[in-house]
Every structure is written in C-alpha cells, then in structure tokens.
Design a protein around this ligand. Structure first.
Ligand SMILES: Cc1cc2nc3c(=O)[nH]c(=O)nc-3n(C[C@H](O)[C@H](O)[C@H](O)COP(=O)(O)OP(=O)(O)OC[C@H]3O[C@@H](n4cnc5c(N)ncnc54)[C@H](O)[C@@H]3O)c2cc1C
Length: 373
C-alpha cells in the first residue's frame, strides 16, 4: 500500500531529526532512516563540541545564531543542560608562529605553560613551547539534543520509520513516489538529509549531485590513570590540528584529526593514524598508553566549497537539500533546521538568522549549477 504525506525527510541523524521537528507543526511529515536506530552514523560519532570561532564564516554565523537555543531550548525539549563548560587549549612548538597568529585572530588567548599545566597537570611543559586558550568552547550533550528533536517531532504527530532505506525516488505527477524497504510514500516534497549519502539520494531521484566530499575522521577512547582528574580538562589540540584529545564519558577521546576523502560508508578508524595520534599524545602527556578501550570512525561531509548546502534544488522541483554540514553539524543544527524549514515552507527567514549574518544564497545548491539564486 502506498501512503500519502506532505513531506518525506530522508535520514534521521541530527540534520533530518531537527528539520523534521521544525516542519512538523506545519505539515504531515515522515522521517525515514535506513538503520535500526537514528544517529548511528556521523551524529553518534562526533566530538560533541560547540566551538564558536571554528569553521568558515557561514558556520561561525550559524553557530552564533544557535547559541540561544542551546542555552535555553524550547519548554519541554529536554530535562538537562545541552551545553557544559569545556574550553579549548592549543599547544604548539617552535615554528608554529603562523598557527599562533591565526588562533589569536580567532580570539584564543596566550597563557603561560604553568597556567596550561594547571589546567592539564600531566602536560609535559618541556615538550611544548606555546599554549593558547579559548574558554568559550563548550561540550554538547548530543544525545539529549538529538532525542529532544525526535521527541518534539513525535509529539507533533511526525512518523519516524527506522529500517526504512530509500531505494527509489521516482516522479508521480508533480510529486514523488518514495520506495523504501518499509513501505512506499507519495509526497510533493522530499528533504534530503542523508548525510554522506545526500549525493547518492539525489542520484536516485535523477537530481544532479552537488559534489559532496565525505571525509573520514578516526578516534579512540582510552582510560586515563586513576590519579588523573580529567573532568575539567579542556579539549587540547596540536597547533595546525595535528591531533586532539578531550574528556568523553569519563575517559579521554584521542583523535588524529584526519580528514581523508572517502566514499560514503559505515566508517571505521584508520589504525595507523590512531597509532600516530597516540604517539603525539604520549609526547605531550606524562603517560604510557597500553590499551585502547574502543576506536571508531565517522564521516564529516563538506560541500565542495566548504559550506553547507541548504535549499531547493534549482533544476528539479520538490527536492530540498540539507547537506554538507562538515565538522559542525551538531553545533549548527538549531539554526540550520530553522533556516531549512523556513526555506522549504517558503516562509520568511527568521530575523535572528538574518541578523547573525547568515547568507542564504551562499548556502543554496544553485551555486553549484550556475543558476540564479
Ligand atoms: C569524529 C567526528 C567529530 C565531530 N565533531 C563535531 C563536533 O565537535 N561538533 C559538531 O558540531 N559536529 C561535529 N562533527 C560533525 C557532525 O557529527 C556532523 O556534521 C553531523 O552529525 C551530520 O549529521 P547528519 O544528520 O547530516 O548525518 P548523519 O548523522 O550521518 O545522518 C544521516 C542519516 O541518513 C541515513 N541515510 C542515508 N541514506 C539513506 C537512505 N537511502 N534511506 C534512509 N536513510 C538514509 C543514514 O543512515 C544516517 O543515519 C563531527 C563528526 C565526526 C565524524
């Protein structure tokens, strides 16, 4: 049996969940997820950090406009804080002058090595010659955020279907027939929020891909020595983003900060790069790592110019893109979802998003096709 709905959103990561929740007050919405549970891919594998000065200008504006939602989400959205203090500490050596200048331009403040050691006592100050801090970086409770959007979506009568892989998208009249492993839907509007697979979903619909670039990032969890109180460590990264580590679930996440261009897939960690990151970690921290508790990989998917892709496809009607959030899809989701919903419903862009300097035309998929925006 084929069912009818106003909107089909494909992908229940943070992008699909958040935009579905924003669309649900205005229309009947079906959210389709291929996996057994939402958040299995990039959304469940992130570093869970909110860094205001991180990324290209479009991301900085989107992040800035998202702060108020994180600080005071809608009533009933969640039962705890979405953000908590973390801070971000850059460490470097001789020859990192350019990175230091760049970090200072982004608002990071130089601190003495003694001060850095106060923050991270096992730091080997003889292995580091410069340290800069940004206290504005925060931890995000990604699960609370994601579940908050999904709960809001269901409360508004939205339907989430897991194990519902979209296998075919064909024209039916002016709309679409969406064929999945869990049933078929007829809809006038498809929202493509399939993360690393957005170009593949476009191809199913006969829509020209926009050239998204999934980049793999690897990570490992290690158990710190019992004598370390890591709870207040900042996220620490090597100048030039050579590696980073941060507290996560009572352990330390260590990442080589890799960005290897790959095809969309269920990502796993690059063991060689993890070994190199652990080596860098041991060079600056007074510890020998004997065991990795867990490793994982995730995809950060970028527009080919580094900016997200948000808006109606300029060539094929009823096909809307919400893609290319790169390494910032969690921290920008409150605003990207509101922007996407306003554009999809042909509503006025909320004033605070405009005031934050978000340039809608710079995010439009039309920029890849030479079409008027
Ligand atoms: C190691 C790492 C660290 C990161 N750190 C941060 C950070 O600190 N802060 C931050 O803001 N961001 C961070 N990110 C980026 C962030 O995780 C992503 O930008 C975000 O999760 C992307 O969300 P998404 O919903 O677009 O993609 P996903 O979470 O991948 O969701 C896409 C969904 O679409 C589904 N799908 C695909 N094809 C189909 C189909 N045909 N039918 C049905 N469903 C389909 C997939 O199964 C998937 O669940 C990090 C990413 C990684 C990997």
């Amino acid at each position: 049996m084929t069912m009818d709905t106003d909107i089909v959103v494909i992908g229940a990561g943070i992008a699909g969940a958040s935009v579905a929740a924003r669309l649900a007050p205005h229309a009947s919405v079906v959210l389709l997820e291929r996996e057994d549970q939402p958040g299995y891919h990039s959304t469940g594998r992130s570093a869970a950090t909110f860094v205001p000065g991180y990324g290209p200008p479009s991301i900085i504006s989107l992040t800035s406009a998202s702060r108020s939602f994180f600080m005071s989400p809608d009533d009933g959205f969640c039962d705890g804080p979405l953000l908590s203090p973390r801070g971000i500490l850059m460490i470097g050596g001789e020859g990192d002058g350019d990175h230091v200048r760049e970090a200072q331009e982004l608002g990071m403040v130089q601190m003495s090595l003694d001060e850095a050691k106060d923050r991270v006592p096992p730091l080997k100050t003889d292995a580091v010659s410069v340290a800069l801090i940004d206290e504005g970086a925060l931890d995000i409770d990604v699960d609370l955020l994601h579940q908050g959007f999904l709960r809001e979506f269901r409360r508004l009568a939205g339907q989430l279907h897991c194990r519902a892989e979209v296998k075919a998208l064909s024209r039916e009249g002016t709309g679409w027939l969406v064929e999945t492993s869990a049933g078929d839907w007829r809809t006038p509007l498809v929202v493509n929020a399939a993360g690393a697979w957005c170009d593949a979903v476009a191809a199913l619909a006969g829509v020209r891909p926009v050239g998204l670039q999934p980049k793999r990032r690897s990570a490992a969890l290690i158990t710190p020595p019992d004598s370390w109180d890591i709870s207040n460590y900042p996220l620490v990264f090597g100048a030039g983003e050579t590696f980073y580590f941060k507290p996560m679930s009572g352990k330390l996440m260590v990442s080589p900060a890799d960005a290897t261009v790959v095809e969309p897939h269920d990502a796993w960690a690059d063991d060689m790069l993890i070994a190199e990151a652990i080596d860098k970690f041991q060079q600056v921290m007074d510890v020998e790592v004997r065991r990795l508790d867990h490793t994982w990989g995730g995809l950060r998917t970028f527009g080919s110019d580094g900016d997200p892709v948000v808006g109606y496809d300029p060539e094929v009607s009823g096909f809307f893109w919400l893609a290319g959030q790169g390494g910032y899809g969690i921290q920008t989701s409150p605003t990207l979802s509101r922007l996407a919903a306003a554009l999809a419903l042909s509503q006025t862009i909320p004033g605070d998003i405009v005031a934050a300097g978000v340039d809608v035309s710079a995010l439009s998929p039309a920029r890849f096709h030479g079409a008027a925006v």
